[in-house]
Design a protein around this ligand. Structure first.
Ligand code: ADE
Ligand code: ZN
Length: 325
């Protein structure tokens, strides 16, 4: 498949952690700007360190990397760099996760984080023609109480945050632990989503659906282990925001050729392509599409359906979705 076909296809990204777009070059700049010593001698050494054996081995490095983010300007620069990549890849709409607790836990105010990210989103609407939403994610390795505090901090900013998510270490931290905070978030008008079935079992996907009442499942690739669950996801057209490069880097699949995204697509599931943490996993949106073309023989018709699914599964108003599909 021609790269220009992928490039020309308008796409929405629905599973992207803004902290996961921190490229080594910007990490070095921000470390210098903020007087922080990095445990690496140069950007090459940073990239060398990105060899992961599972989700946790990645998260340890990812949370450490986020330590260079200190000021609203840092969050602006981070977000703006990602939005420029969106422009290159013809990602016309993006729904971005941020992890407030990664920053509030080290003394950076919630409002500082939001201010920087939100200003970049506003500028991108104006200067790049890219629309966006923000989803704040609770870290599931931290206690419920910390998630409740994060929700409290977000209440004055409801107009700028469309949803709540659940991420970080999955195994041993089932969705049921966060049923109450998700209930409060839904009452406050936030749309719920959750990472489930990345490393965790199908039972976690059921909990995300039935207890957290999510509108999308992030990852969800382990759903194929349970045919009844797959049938439900298909009949409900429950979106799965799948991240092919991420799954290979974190050893959910051995190679991209082993990935189940196109099999799920052909079964009728509403799967979408996303880059998750592109600075750590080796590629942004179009690189993920290109990987599927190369290693899974994705056809143009499949690519078109994946792109259409990304708008269908987005939180855009119906008329705007239709305009892109
Ligand atoms: N945080 C950032 N990327 C993540 C992923 N792939 N799974 C869980 N938490 C994350
Ligand atoms: Zn993720």
């Amino acid at each position: 498949m021609d790269i220009s076909f992928i490039r020309n296809l308008p796409k929405a990204e629905l599973h992207l952690h803004i902290e996961g777009t921190l490229e080594p070059e910007l990490m070095v700049v921000l470390a210098e700007r903020n007087g922080i010593a990095l445990p690496y001698k140069d950007t090459e050494a940073i990239r060398q360190a990105y060899q992961f054996t599972n989700l946790q081995s990645f998260l340890d490095i990812y949370y450490a990397g986020a330590g260079v983010l200190q000021t609203a300007r840092d969050f602006y620069d981070l977000t703006w760099a990602y939005l420029e990549r969106c422009k290159e890849d013809n990602v016309v709409h993006t729904e971005i996760f941020f992890d407030p607790q990664t920053h509030t836990e080290r003394g950076i105010a919630f409002d500082t984080v939001l201010e920087g990210i939100d200003k970049a989103l506003e500028d991108a609407r104006e200067k790049l023609g890219i629309t966006s939403h923000l989803i704040m994610s609770f870290l599931r390795h931290l206690p419920e109480e910390s998630a409740f505090e994060t929700l409290e901090a977000a209440l004055p900013h409801k107009d700028r945050i469309i949803g709540v998510g659940l991420d970080s270490s999955e195994a041993g931290f089932p969705p049921e632990m966060f049923e109450r905070v998700f209930e409060k978030a839904r009452q406050e008008g936030f749309i719920p989503v959750a990472h489930a079935g990345e490393e965790g079992p199908p039972a976690y996907i059921y909990q995300a659906l039935d207890l957290l009442k999510v509108a999308r499942i992030d990852h969800g690739v382990r759903a194929v282990e349970d045919p009844a669950l797959m049938a439900r996801l298909i009949s409900e057209r429950m979106p799965l925001t799948v991240c092919p490069f991420s799954n290979v880097k974190l050893k959910v699949f051995e190679t991209l050729a082993d990935h189940n995204i196109l099999a799920m697509l052909d079964q009728g599931a509403c799967v979408t392509v996303n880059s998750d943490d592109p600075a750590y996993f080796g590629g942004y949106m179009n690189a993920n599409f290109q990987g599927l073309a190369q290693d899974l023989n994705m056809t143009e018709a499949q690519a078109r359906r994946l792109a259409a699914n990304s708008f269908e599964a987005s939180f855009l108003p119906e008329a705007e979705k239709r305009a892109w599909m």
